[in-house]
Design a protein around this ligand. Structure first.
Ligand code: C2G
Length: 133
């Protein structure tokens, strides 16, 4: 059983997120998603989510590619997560290229996959903001 993990906020879930999750799952048999908590998002990424953690978690759990959702509460947990969840492959979109190579020292493969162009939760907010009124 080849276990894959990825991390993210996954707010305003869109086809770019789904594509990442689909490609991440294709790298193994079991996909763990570490979902940024509301506190982590605000304190560390200055992101105010439209959907709170429980709603974002329920959306992810409904996706066929996702096998387990765990909370991402800080930047430091990745090292221990690799062992706690017996991870073989760590995957992120390539906007994070190189940032997590240190995880190779934990014995996992580190893969950065191309982001889906043109779509982001920020873009959705911006476009919807233009339509209101
Ligand atoms: N993504 C993508 N294509 C997009 C948008 C996002 O492939 N058009 C990918 C990102 O590269 C990331 C994942 O989808 O791998 C989740 O994106 P975000 O929710 O924006 O995650 P982020 O805020 O980058 O959090 O510790 C890591 C952080 O928690 C990552």
């Amino acid at each position: 059983m080849r276990r894959v993990i990825t991390y993210g906020t996954f707010d305003l879930l869109h086809y770019g997120h789904i594509s990442l999750l689909q490609r991440a799952k294709a790298l193994g048999d079991y996909l763990v998603v570490a979902l940024s908590t509301d506190e982590f998002n605000w304190e560390e990424k200055r992101k105010k989510c439209y959907f709170g953690y429980e709603k974002r978690k329920a959306l992810l759990e409904a996706i066929r590619y996702v096998d387990l959702v765990i909370p991402e509460e800080n930047w430091e947990q990745k090292r221990t997560d690799m062992h706690e969840y017996h991870i073989d492959v760590f995957v992120m979109g390539d906007d994070w290229e190189g940032k997590f190579d240190f995880l190779r020292a934990e014995g996992v493969k580190v893969r950065y996959l191309p982001r889906t162009p043109e779509i982001s939760s920020t873009q959705i907010r911006r476009d919807l903001g233009k339509q209101v009124g």
